[in-house]
Design a protein. Structure first.
Length: 122
C-alpha cells in the first residue's frame, strides 16, 4: 500500500493577505487560485522543492484561523534560509540547537499558524 500526503489545509482569516505572505515573503509557489462559488475559494501553495502543498481559502476548513501548530519545513542550510526569510520581512526566531542535535527556527503567518524550519542531524 502507498499513501502520499499532498495537501494540508491552513486556516486563515484573510486569503489575499495570507497568499501574499506565503508567496512574497516565504517563497511558496502559487499553484492554483480558483473561486468556485461565493463560499469556496481554493488557493494551493507549494514550498520550493516540496511534494506536499498547503491550501488556504474560503470554505476549505472549519478550523479557526491561526490554530495550526508545528508545520515543519526541512532545509539543508538553515542559517541561510532563516536570513533570507528575515530579509523578506518574516518575523523569525534565531536558530536554536535542540538537545537531540537538530537545529530549528520558528515563525508564524499573519494569523498565528506556527511554522518551523528544521535542519536535521546529519
Amino acid at each position: 500500500m502507498e499513501m502520499r500526503l499532498e495537501l494540508v489545509p491552513i486556516p486563515v482569516s484573510d486569503v489575499d493577505r495570507a497568499k501574499a505572505f506565503y508567496v512574497d515573503m516565504v517563497g511558496f509557489e502559487a499553484e492554483h487560485d480558483h473561486q468556485f462559488s461565493d463560499q469556496i475559494r481554493f488557493v494551493q501553495l507549494t514550498p520550493p522543492g516540496s511534494a506536499c502543498s498547503i491550501v488556504i481559502g474560503d470554505g476549505i476548513t472549519k478550523a479557526p484561523p491561526g490554530s495550526v501548530e508545528g508545520m515543519l519545513l526541512v532545509v539543508d542550510e538553515i542559517d541561510a534560509v532563516r536570513d533570507e526569510l528575515a530579509g523578506r520581512g518574516v518575523e523569525i526566531s534565531a536558530v536554536e540547537e535542540m538537545d537531540w542535535g537538530a537545529r530549528h527556527a520558528f515563525f508564524a503567518d499573519p494569523d498565528g499558524n506556527g511554522w518551523q524550519l528544521q535542519a536535521p542531524v546529519r
